[in-house]
Design a protein around this ligand. Structure first.
Ligand code: NAD
Ligand code: DAU
Length: 365
């Protein structure tokens, strides 16, 4: 079996579902169920004995030791993290704890477990660390996309904590020989994406008749990748990636935030037109910029293609259509994640911008 951390979150849940759709190999899923973890994401696996869920903290060394001993996984795939940049600006402490101390705890537990293995089990063991392109910092408009050798220049508390975790993973390989690999991926989108991130926030706010908040001028560039393609890349790295290597994973799809939001609005106009006949784009509202907002990320994904034959299967047009259709078909999922805690966060974060916070964009619902 494999041990997955953070498997109730956005990418982790997609990974677990895809894994069990393609393989008989069981998954042990360790997740603390923070505000971002949601067992409803895994509802399709109810009663499936191949999915073993444990609610727990990756910082709990005794728990991680016990799980490794009890279940003897052949690989550990590490997704668990605090992942939202804006939350890291408001409160960086939890990012240091989970992303840095949590990764350290997992590495130490994995090292002790792996050291006790012998023969084939020892040779086969793998620790895969899921990281982000944000560790490389911000690119100027004309700069070449990030390669794996790009210097680390993290700019937010989130990206600094992820950079720290990447360095720990590297050091545990270099010093102790722990069999590790790391992937640095660009912005994911797709089903089960928590509606605090740009794309699901825009879909959910648009349908609710609320403002679509664009930070600053909206001309920041991200490289968007459908989540299923990210999961396929990780599976491929687990199968054939070289130990100690890092692989950049991206969609070859740079777009500005404004372009993204306009495309989502156009799809909603087509699939669920507003009763008043106006475009959802009329709900777009410019709000104060994110402090330290990185201007551009772009991934050079040639290494993983050349070495492992991975390329994204979805174009942005096909992936975003699937995503918008998924949200339209899963209104109950959206209602459930919009718990009291989530609403409080949205209000606090956008406070001072009444239109965005209270959804008073003057739009018919
Ligand atoms: P997410 O916030 O949706 O999910 C994180 C999951 O980790 C949640 O289920 C949460 O309950 C769990 N978790 C948090 N703290 C924990 C702890 N202390 N112990 C155990 N579980 C804990 O995040 P995501 O978007 O699915 O991202 C997954 C990973 O991929 C993260 O490491 C993130 O840095 C990385 N990543 C994300 C993106 C993206 O676009 N979302 C892009 C590149 C890399
Ligand atoms: O690049 C990979 C990273 O992508 C991951 O490591 C992070 O975990 C993930 O959250 C994501 O980070 P971003 O900050 O790029 O994602 P977010 O969806 O928060 O924002 C995308 C862009 O949209 C960014 O430029 C900020 C902007 N934005 C975001 C929100 C929530 C807005 O303009 N308005 C908003 O309300």
């Amino acid at each position: 079996m494999i041990l997955v951390t953070g498997g109730a979150g956005f990418i982790g849940a997609n990974f677990v579902l895809d894994w069990l759709a393609a393989s008989a190999e069981p998954v042990l899923n360790l997740d603390k169920l923070t505000y971002a973890g949601n067992l409803e994401n895994l509802a399709a696996l109810e009663g499936d004995a191949r999915h073993i869920f444990v609610q727990g903290d990756i910082c709990d060394r005794a728990l991680v030791d016990r799980l490794l001993q009890q279940y003897q996984p052949r690989a550990l795939v590490h997704f668990a993290a605090e992942s939202h940049v804006d939350r890291s600006i408001h409160g960086p402490g939890e990012f240091m704890r989970t992303n840095v101390e949590g990764t350290f705890t997992l590495l130490e537990a994995a090292r002790a477990y792996w050291s006790g293995l012998s023969g084939e089990a020892r040779d086969a063991f793998r620790f895969h660390h899921v990281s982000t392109d944000e560790v490389y910092g911000s690119l100027s408009p004309e700069a070449a996309p990030f390669t794996e050798t790009h210097p680390y220049e993290p700019n937010s508390p989130y990206s600094a904590s992820k950079a720290a975790s990447d360095h720990l993973v590297r050091a545990w390989h270099h010093t102790y020989g722990l069999p590790v690999s790391t992937s640095n991926c660009s912005n994911n989108y797709g089903p089960f994406h928590f509606p605090e991130k740009l794309i699901p926030l825009v879909i959910v706010n648009a349908l609710a008749g609320k403002a679509l908040p664009i930070y600053g001028d909206g001309r920041q560039v991200r490289d968007w990748l459908y989540v299923g393609d990210h999961c396929a890349a990780i599976r491929r790295i687990l199968e054939a990636g070289r130990l100690g290597e890092t692989y950049n994973v991206g969609g070859w799809n740079e777009m500005t935030n404004l372009e993204i939001v306009h495309q989502v609005c156009a799809l909603l106009d087509e699939l669920r037109p507003r009763p008043d006949g106006q475009s959802y784009a009329s709900q777009i509202t410019h709000v104060a910029d994110r402090p330290g907002h990185d201007r551009r990320y772009a991934i050079d994904a040639r290494k993983i293609e050349a070495e492992l034959g991975w390329r994204p299967a979805e174009t942005f047009a096909s992936g975003i259509r699937k995503t918008v259709a998924w949200y339209l078909a899963h209104e109950e999922w959206v209602r459930h994640v919009q718990s009291g805690a989530y609403r409080e966060w949205v209000l606090r974060h956008y406070e001072g911008d009444a239109a965005a916070a209270a959804g008073t964009a003057g739009v018919a619902s």
